[in-house]
Write a protein that binds this ligand. Sequence first.
Ligand code: G4P
Length: 528
Amino acid sequence: MTVLDEIKRRRTFAIISHPDAGKTTLTEKLLLYGGAIHLAGSVKARKTSRYAVSDWMEIEKQRGISVTSSVLNFDYNGCRVNILDTPGHADFSEDTYRTLMAVDSAVMVIDVAKGVEAQTKKLFKVCSSRGIPIFTFVNKIDHFGKNPFDLMADIEDVLGIRSCPMNWPIGINGNYTGIFDRETEIAHLFIKDNAHGTKKLEVVSGKLTDEAITSRLDPDIISSLKDDLELLDEAGDPFDAQRVASGELTPMFFGSAMTNFGVEPFLKKFLELAPPPMERKTLEGSVSPENPAFSGFVFKIQANMDPKHHDRIAFMRICSGVFEKGMSVLHRQSGKMIRLSQPQQFLATERTTVEKAYPGDIIGIFDTGELGVGDTVCDKKHPVTFSDFPVFPPELFGRLSPVSSMKRKQFLRGVGQLAQEGAIQVYSQPYIMESFIIGAVGQLQFEVLKYRLQKEYNVDVRLEQLPYTTARWTENNTPSEDLVGIDNALVVYDVKKRPVYLLPNEWQAGWLIERNPKVKFLETPPII
Ligand code: G4P
């Protein structure tokens, strides 16, 4: 197979949803079809908690599974499928946003009874602002649900995108008994069992005129389906690959992940329609996946996958060129050459060493502390910098110190590593050696930080929340002496020793900006 063939057969995507819509179940079923797992339930075991730290901790006990599941690959119908998992909890949405930078498309799971929910809306916005094509899977049609036209209207009103149903639920008043495939014109009916929908449902398929179908469907249902289909043909948006690629249209599929109904047809059609790796922007211009010069970026770092060894794995998306085990590449941010040794790829429950990988693939690199989230690695003769990586302005700040000064060494190491992982943002103050200022996007990040320092580095910490809500960097790292009106700001320094001004509120930030018209203030750190 040529490199071009390899690129064209890659499908790298994430599944996004509001908690409980069925993301975990759908992922698991896709893996089953891909032969990546043999037992339902293995993904379920690692499901990220939604609301409580205690659940999160519980999940962390399963870390082995949790981490290897965060990037999964398998082959199906000639495609190499790479699924990137995203955390469920809103406080970790930063991780999710970063993961979305590494995909070429996204599958949005919606609960048929609930329609578009808050978290889906947020994640959708990130995808659409980045031009990521979105495919919709309306889940749980084995249960009572909303009218499909209402769901289409919901998607359009809330998300501002038109939808194009590829299949249509059969049934009236929210009671569904199957789906009708608009392309093949075949109806698939499920026969409900009495195992509360936990089993794969038995399915009967045929044309709407076939006895097998007519004998199972009320004439009212058939005529209502025909009316719906006519309306869709006349007034609905036809499938248009161009509009899907530009994020104006989402192909919509109905099914039920739990009962395995409509999942495999969805997977087949999705892989056919979803885009392979595309061109990506860098500060130096666009990079095509077909460009032979290697490039990629780190979108996630996970430390302590094996707590005994304090190892760190940098997850890297390959954007161009062919990766070969042991190759040396330029780390753009430090200007140093690094060797990418022991690259890993991830199957559902195991890691394997990879010899070669292509654009679209995700590899895990053992990292000794050089790489940071958002960093670029590339061919030294063709340096590029992936730049549109989102950095989130921290909104919560606290002072973190070890309870016992005897634990200072572990404390420094733990805070340093977790900062590089992107779990928190760390700032220091001149002459203050025994504590750091920590910035976070959500409260749960603080809780998890304390927990992980205790568990992984054996350090008990104190965290005193500080009355600041916003931070400002300056374009040219303007020192505090050159600014006026910083009385209400706390001056701290980030890990790259750049001054950062922490302010109690947006109003104070506005005031500072007004008083220093010659200085360009930034809400997030400069890229390099
Ligand atoms: P999430 O990752 O998006 O949070 O959702 P998850 O897959 O965990 O699914 C949430 C709940 O919805 C689960 O029930 C799951 O079994 C159920 N579910 C998923 N797909 C379907 C479907 O097609 N039909 C129906 N009826 N239910 C579905 P749970 O009670 O929270 O967990 P469990 O006891 O089933 O494990």
